[in-house]
Design a protein around this ligand. Structure first.
Ligand code: DAK
Length: 255
């Protein structure tokens, strides 16, 4: 499928979803969110093992939700708008493979929220990130009050959201928001390398690990889920092959 403000490109089983509104620093409007939902579904339907999310141009990952669209919304419209953004963030979080945010510039507000909905984050040295919504008289509306504390801890998440702080890449890495930071010119190559490494992992095991890690109920329920997921892998090609390869002293050939 083709979209005006989003593209989906493939390299083997790695799909890259690029938000492409560089004139608005890739700010997210309704059309773009709807296109993202379709692109994520297409990547999943076509068997992507890894989904990379990034922004077009040199300046921005996603500079946030579109403020020009939001400024006159009434409460019922804001509710629908919030729900649409949540749907996209949830689709990234639940993606049937690994999602990676390649943060190549500004990631403010809803841009930060899309980045933290992904499984992993790799950023360029010049990236800036923050939940800056408070400066607009609102709060994060696409998941940061729940996802940010899990990444950086409760106290820091409160400070970042209350103050609308903008972190540079190094500070964000130290805070646990970015998994790694690389020179700007190396971002694409590093993300491609990580994505291919993940794509070569045994897919069912990766999915089971992700779903276990994503359990957000009680620890008891999570441990039960993990137990079931672990057992479900036995008898799969990759489990038999991985263990046979170990016993035979050779490299495994996963499906
Ligand atoms: N929305 C719309 N347009 C944006 C934008 C945004 N978030 N960010 C940038 N742009 C546009 C600018 O208006 C400008 O457009 P033109 O004037 O040329 O038409 C163009 O992109 C270039 O921007 P600048 O001229 O400002 O570029 P600079 O390099 O000088 O500055 C900047 C870059 C990223 C520092 C600056 O543009 C900026 O501060 N942008 C806003 C960043 C921000 O505050 N982001 C958070 C947005 S709030 C909820 C649902 C969702 C949300 C909350 C609640 N519910 C329903 C509960 C989410 C909220 C947000 O994400």
């Amino acid at each position: 499928m083709a979209w005006n403000t989003v593209s989906l490109d493939w390299e083997g089983t790695v799909a890259t979803l690029t938000v492409d509104r560089p004139d608005a620093l890739n700010a997210l409007n309704v059309e773009t969110l709807e296109a993202m939902l379709e692109a994520i579904a297409e990547a999943e339907d076509e068997g992507a093992r890894v989904l990379v999310l990034t922004g077009a141009g040199d300046d921005a990952f996603i500079a946030g939700a579109d403020i020009k669209y939001m400024q006159d919304l009434e409460q019922d419209e804001a509710m629908a708008w919030g729900a649409l953004g949540h749907e996209v963030a949830d689709a990234l979080a639940a993606f049937n493979g690994v999602s990676i945010a390649a943060v190549n510039g500004y990631a403010f507000g809803g841009g930060c929220e899309m980045a933290i909905a992904c499984d992993l984050r790799v950023a360029s040295e010049s990236a800036l990130i923050g939940n800056t919504e408070i400066d607009l008289g609102i709060i994060p509306g696409w998941g940061a009050t729940q996802r940010l504390p899990q990444l950086v801890g409760d106290e820091l998440a409160r400070r970042l959201i209350f103050l609308g702080s903008r972190l540079d890449a190094k500070a964000a890495e130290e805070a646990g928001l970015f998994g790694e930071v690389v020179p700007d010119e190396e971002l694409d190559e590093r993300v491609a390398e990580l994505a291919q490494e993940l794509a070569a992992q045994p897919a069912m095991a990766l999915r089971a690990a992700k779903r276990s890690l994503n359990q957000d109920g009680s620890q008891t329920a999570g441990l039960e889920y993990e137990k079931q997921a672990f057992a479900s892998l036995f008898g799969t090609h990759d489990q038999r092959e991985g263990m046979a390869a170990f016993v035979d002293g050779r490299d495994p050939e996963f499906e």
